[in-house]
Design a protein around this ligand. Structure first.
Ligand code: CP
Length: 307
C-alpha cells in the first residue's frame, strides 16, 4: 500500500488505514537505528529541507537523523539564521527553496495553517512539524506507535490527556488520532485551558486530574507553554502544580500498568514530578526513539515508497 497524499499536514486528514500504514512502516524502520551502520540507501539522491521557524530539539533533530539514516541530503534552516530576519516572507522563502528543487520540506511555524499554505503553493511534499496551536501530526504518530508497541493495541484503551489543552497542538493531533483508532480519550485541565466545545472532538472533559487519570491505561501530560501564555490563565506555576502535576499520589488512581507519556520538553515539578518522569511507568524516551522511525516512515512514504 502507498500513501497517496502529497503532504502530511494533520492527523485530521488521515484515515485509519493511512495511520496503520504509517505505523507499520515506522515499525519496520526501527531496526535500522539499532544497526552498527545506521544507514540504508532508500532515499539516496533525495533532498529534505527542515525549515524550523520555531525552536525545537526533538522534532528537528529526529527529522535530520531520519533523513540521514535513509541517505537523503538533509538541510536545516532556522529563523534566526535565515533571511527571515531581513524581512523575507514565508511564501518568498518557500518559493526560493522550491527553486532549488528539494523533494520534501518539513515546516515548523508559529502560525496555524502555515504548512497548509505552503502545500498549496509549492510542488514539494510538505510535512507539518507543528503549526501554532493547531496540529503536530508526527508527534501524535510517534505517540500512537509507542502505545501500540507497549500495549499491543490502541482500540479500547483509556487515555488521559492533562494540561494546557487549549494551546496544545500535541493534544489536538492525539485526540484526532486516538479517537479515530478507537481509544477513549479523557482530557483535564483548568477551565481556562480547555477549549470551548472540546467535547465535540469525542472526548470526556474533567476539571480535576484525579477524575481523568482514574482507571487510565495511558496518561499523557502536556507542557505548560510559557511562550504562548499571553493571558493569566492560572495564578502561578506553584498553584498549577498543586492541582495538575502528575505525582506519586494521583498516579495511583490509574491502572497498575499505566504508561506515562510527555511530548517534551518537560517542566519538571510543574506538570510532572521528576520521580514520575524518570520512573518505571515513563515511556518518554521511548517516544523520542520512535520519533526517528515515524519520521523515516513519512519521508519514505511521501517519496513514493510502499509498505
Ligand atoms: N515534542 C516536540 O515537538 O519537541 P521539540 O519542540 O523539542 O521538537
Amino acid at each position: 500500500m502507498r500513501l497517496t497524499k502529497k503532504d502530511l499536514l494533520g492527523i485530521k486528514d488521515l484515515s485509519v488505514d493511512e495511520i496503520n500504514l504509517i505505523l507499520e512502516t515506522a515499525e519496520s524502520f526501527i531496526e535500522v537505528s539499532t544497526r552498527e551502520i545506521k544507514k540504508v540507501p532508500t532515499l539516496r539522491g533525495k533532498t529534505v529541507i527542515n525549515l524550523f521557524m520555531e525552536p525545537s530539539t526533538r522534532t528537528r533533530t529526529s527529522f535530520e537523523i531520519a533523513g540521514k539514516r535513509l541517505s537523503a541530503d538533509t538541510i536545516n534552516i532556522s529563523a534566526s539564521t535565515s533571511s527571515v530576519v531581513k524581512g523575507e516572507t514565508l511564501i518568498d522563502t518557500a518559493r526560493n527553496l522550491e527553486a532549488m528543487n528539494p523533494d520534501v520540506i518539513v515546516l515548523r511555524h508559529s502560525a496555524s495553517g502555515a504548512p497548509h499554505l505552503l502545500a498549496r503553493l509549492v510542488k514539494q511534499s510538505i510535512i507539518n512539524a507543528g503549526d501554532g496551536a493547531h496540529e503536530h501530526p508526527t508527534q501524535a504518530l510517534l505517540d500512537m506507535m509507542t502505545i501500540k508497541a507497549r500495549k499491543g493495541r490502541i482500540a479500547g484503551l483509556k487515555v488521559a490527556i492533562v494540561g494546557d489543552i487549549a494551546h496544545s497542538r500535541v493534544a489536538r493531533s492525539n485526540i484526532y488520532g486516538l479517537t479515530r483508532m478507537g481509544a477513549q480519550v479523557a482530557v483535564a485541565g483548568p477551565a481556562t485551558m480547555l477549549p470551548r466545545a472540546i467535547e465535540q472532538m469525542g472526548v470526556t472533559v474533567h476539571y480535576r486530574i484525579e477524575d481523568a487519570v482514574r482507571g487510565a491505561d495511558i496518561i499523557m501530560m502536556l507542557r505548560i507553554q510559557m511562550e504562548r501564555e499571553n493571558q493569566n490563565v492560572f495564578p502561578s506555576l506553584r498553584e498549577y502544580a498543586k492541582y495538575f502535576c502528575l505525582n506519586r499520589k494521583n498516579i495511583r488512581l490509574a491502572k497498575d500498568d499505566v504508561l506515562v507519556m510527555h511530548p517534551g520538553p518537560i517542566n519538571r515539578g510543574v506538570e510532572i514530578a521528576p520521580d514520575i518522569a524518570d520512573g518505571p511507568a515513563s515511556v518518554i524516551l521511548e517516544q523520542v526513539t520512535n520519533g526517528v522511525a515515524v519520521r523515516m516512515a513519512l519521508l519514505y512514504l511521501l517519496s513514493g515508497g510502499r509498505s
